[in-house]
Each structure stands twice: as structure tokens, then as C-alpha cells.
Ligand binder design. Structure first.
Ligand SMILES: NC(=O)c1ccc[n+]([C@@H]2O[C@H](COP(=O)([O-])OP(=O)(O)OC[C@H]3O[C@@H](n4cnc5c(N)ncnc54)[C@H](O)[C@@H]3O)[C@@H](O)[C@H]2O)c1
Ligand SMILES: O=C(O)C(=O)C[C@@H](O)[C@H](O)[C@H](O)COP(=O)(O)O
Ligand SMILES: [Zn+2]
Length: 373
């Protein structure tokens, strides 16, 4: 990924695409920029801040350092805060380490956090920004597919606890999101594909054109060089932006973005976060589709389409059959649960998400049988 100071020799400057998020119900609007070599946009987002903390994972140490040097050259007092890769970053101890770094730098309310990395890093960076001095501004620079299309947009920030995924957090939207597509070139294929689960989720809940683009060449969809990469990312961001703009705090419609996540979060916890989020969401969506079908909501063809399109890009569609009691136990503390009432997002048809409350235990078991290996 470019640090923003060394333009590629023959690259014509291309204006980034801009998607506006928020702006209703008293929330400040911000922009998601999609393009290449976007880091030149950072100073205008940082504005008059004196100090900037660049949070990055170990894997992006060079990028973090290059960014810090750019910002320092522009007169900011910039520090890097290196955090563990992936889910190991989303822990209270790591948040506490970040708070110390801000404290030791004399971070004030006018200073800015920049989170550069995948969804785990931006979830942590946003959470640190939400909690430091009860809230400072932050900017997301997602470097994974999943980060760009989902995690960096919408202001859900947080960390895990021993009891489960994302159980501590805050709604704290960023001041801006910079999606530099060049970052995806260094992403391991497994992580690239994991992000496609959230892309495909956006297809099933809101934009079926996404499904058609993936289905037209699943092999090409697995790489950043695929012909539809930019369109898939843009369409998914538009779905997310539209939903969170209407319901930032998940008091209703935003729950549809949780499609497949009730089971997914239980799988992630059960696997001690060694499964990628997107892989778990893939299995979770097949489960939700089967649950919808068994509950008489979803037609067989659309349920089967889940399995087909997810498997076609190499995502898992089954999970260990012997773990059901543990998964069920964890699902009881899902954020959508109300009291003892389990609630799932299912489809009434393609792009028609809805809530299924208190499903029949037999239906849950039958849906589980469809994903058990
Ligand atoms: N806040 C939200 O709305 C939201 C939405 C979806 C997912 N999430 C969260 O996002 C997380 C998953 O994010 P993810 O899939 O991006 O994975 P991740 O952040 O765990 O990153 C995966 C790995 O890729 C490395 N990496 C990141 N960018 C790279 C690059 N450009 N080149 C090489 N390596 C790179 C990371 O260091 C890590 O090791 C989960 O914690 C999930 O809960 C949050
Ligand atoms: O933005 C949302 O809302 C989502 O549910 C998007 C999900 O893809 C994402 O994984 C989110 O972090 C899940 O949130 P949680 O509230 O179920 O922890
Ligand atoms: Zn997700």
C-alpha cells in the first residue's frame, strides 16, 4: 500500500468514489472514499488536530510507519501504536495498552486516532477512540475486503470478552473512511475470501446483483484482480451505508446486517477466534437460510443458492456436528436475544430480510442438521 508520498510513475490521478453515510437523526455525515492512493486525503480529515495515533496490526508495521512519517512531515505529532494481528487485538488488555499510549502522548479531545488494518484493528481503534476522554475523532483506513465493505463503515466499535464476541463496545462513527484498493494486493487469499462472505451477505439481504457478479466468475471473485472487484466493494458499501444511515444504533432495520451472525459468533467463540469472521458468517448464513426455509419463509432454490455461491468462492458451508449444545448456549447471549427469546435474521425471499423470533427448537435442530459435518 502506498504511503501517499510516492505516486506510481504512470498512474493518472483518478478521483475517488465517495459514498456518504449518516446525516439523519442528528448524526454527523461522513464519507467513504473508494479508490487508489487515497492517503493524501488524510490531512483534510484530521484537520486541526495536533496529535495523531496510527493504530496498526503487526502485519502492517511498514504501512503504519510510512503513514506516521508522512503525517510527521506535515507537522503532526504522530505516533504508531502496534497491536496484535486479527482477533488477538480485540481484547481489554490491548485496549488498555492503547489508552496508555494515548495518555503518554498527552492525547486531548482535539486529537485523532487513525485505525489502519482489517476489521479487528478498526473495531479496536474505533473503540479506543470512543472511550478515550469519552470520545475523540477517528478515521478508518480499512485494508481488507471485509474491513472496507463492512467493519469500517457504520460506527460499531468494540472488543470481545471471555463470554463472547463484541460484547463490549460503543456506536462511534468515524470522521471518514479511506478504502485504498491497492491495499488488497498484499492480503492473503484466505483473508480476501473471508471478506467475500460479507459481500455475499449484502447480496442476499439487499442487492442480488452482487450475487450475479460473483456467480458469473467465482474464481475471479477470489482475487483483487477480478473484473468486478471495485463494483462488488462499492455495491456492498452502498448497502451498508444505506442501512446504517437509517438506523445507526440498531433499534430496528440495522439488525438485517446481522444475517448469519447469530451462529457465526458462536462458532468464532467455540473456535477461540482461530476461524476468520467471514468463514463463520458463511456457515451462519447457510444455517439462517435453512432455518428460514424450514420455518416456511424461504423458497428452496434461494436457500440452496446460499450453499452454492458461498462454496463456489471457497468459503465453508458446514461445521462440526458435535458442538451444537455449546453453540446454542452461546447464541443465548447474542445481542439480538431479548430475555429468553432467541431472535434470528432470516429471509422471506431474496433481498427480503426479516426477524424470526423464538423459533421452534425442532426447527433449530433441523437447520443445524443441514450444516453439520
Ligand atoms: N464493526 C463492524 O460493523 C464489523 C463488521 C464486520 C466485521 N467486523 C469485525 O471485523 C473483524 C474481521 O475483520 P477482517 O476479516 O478484516 O480480519 P482481521 O482484521 O482479523 O485481519 C485479518 C488478517 O489480515 C492482516 N491484514 C490486514 N490487512 C492486510 C493487508 N492489506 N495485507 C496483509 N495482511 C493484512 C491482519 O493483520 C490479520 O492478521 C472481526 O473481528 C469482526 O467481528 C466488524
Ligand atoms: O454493522 C452491523 O450492524 C453488523 O451487524 C455488521 C456485522 O457484519 C458485524 O460483524 C458486526 O460487528 C456484528 O455486530 P454485533 O452487534 O452482532 O456484535
Ligand atoms: Zn460481520
Amino acid at each position: 500500500m502506498s504511503s501517499g508520498t510516492t505516486p506510481e510513475p504512470s498512474a493518472e490521478p483518478v478521483a475517488p468514489l465517495r459514498v456518504t453515510v449518516g446525516g439523519s437523526a442528528g448524526t454527523a455525515p461522513y464519507e467513504v472514499l473508494i479508490g487508489r492512493q487515497l492517503l493524501g486525503e488524510l490531512p483534510s480529515l484530521i484537520g486541526t488536530a495536533q496529535r495523531v495515533a496510527v493504530l496498526h496490526p503487526e502485519a502492517l508495521a511498514e504501512t503504519g510507519q510510512a503513514l506516521r512519517e508522512d503525517l510527521a512531515a506535515q507537522g503532526y505529532q504522530a505516533i504508531t501504536v502496534e497491536v496484535p494481528n486479527a482477533e488477538d487485538a480485540k481484547q481489554a488488555e490491548v485496549a488498555a495498552y492503547c489508552w496508555s499510549a494515548l495518555g503518554q502522548t498527552g492525547f486531548t479531545r482535539s486529537d485523532v486516532v487513525v485505525g489502519v488494518g482489517g476489521g479487528a484493528t478498526t473495531d479496536l481503534a474505533g473503540f479506543v477512540a470512543a472511550t478515550w476522554l469519552r470520545g475523540v475523532r477517528w478515521i478508518a483506513v480499512p485494508t481488507t475486503v471485509l474491513g472496507m465493505v463492512d467493519a469500517a463503515v457504520g460506527g460499531k466499535t468494540g472488543i470481545n470478552t471471555a463470554e463472547g464476541k463484541n460484547l463490549v463496545g460503543a456506536f462511534h462513527p468515524p470522521a471518514g473512511v479511506l478504502c485504498d484498493l491497492a491495499a488488497l494486493d498484499s492480503l492473503p487469499v484466505n483473508d480476501y475470501v473471508s471478506g467475500l462472505a460479507e459481500v455475499i451477505k449484502a447480496g442476499f439481504i439487499a442487492d442480488p446483483e452482487i450475487l450475479r457478479l460473483v456467480e458469473s466468475d467465482p474464481e475471479a471473485a477470489r482475487t483483487p484482480a477480478g473484473p468486478h472487484t471495485a463494483e462488488l466493494i462499492e455495491r456492498s458499501i452502498r448497502v451498508k451505508a444505506e442501512v446504517v444511515s437509517e438506523d445507526l444504533r440498531e433499534s430496528g432495520r440495522r439488525e438485517i446486517l446481522n444475517y448469519g451472525h447469530t451462529l457465526a459468533h458462536a462458532i468464532e467463540k467455540n473456535e477461540r477466534y482461530r476461524w476468520r469472521h467471514g468463514a463463520a458468517v458463511s456457515v451462519g448464513m447457510v444455517f439462517a437460510a435453512e432455518l428460514g426455509r424450514i420455518a416456511g419463509r424461504l423458497d428452496e432454490a434461494t436457500a440452496a443458492r446460499h450453499r452454492e455461491v458461498l462454496a463456489s468462492v471457497g468459503l465453508p458451508v458446514t461445521y462440526r456436528g458435535d458442538q451444537w449444545p455449546r453453540l446454542l448456549e452461546t447464541m443465548r447471549v447474542d445481542k439480538k436475544t431479548r430475555g429468553d427469546l432467541l431472535r434470528f435474521i432470516v429471509l422471506d425471499g431474496l433481498a427480503r430480510p426479516t426477524v424470526l423470533e423464538g423459533p421452534d427448537p425442532a426447527a433449530l435442530l433441523a437447520a443445524h442438521a443441514e450444516i453439520a459435518d
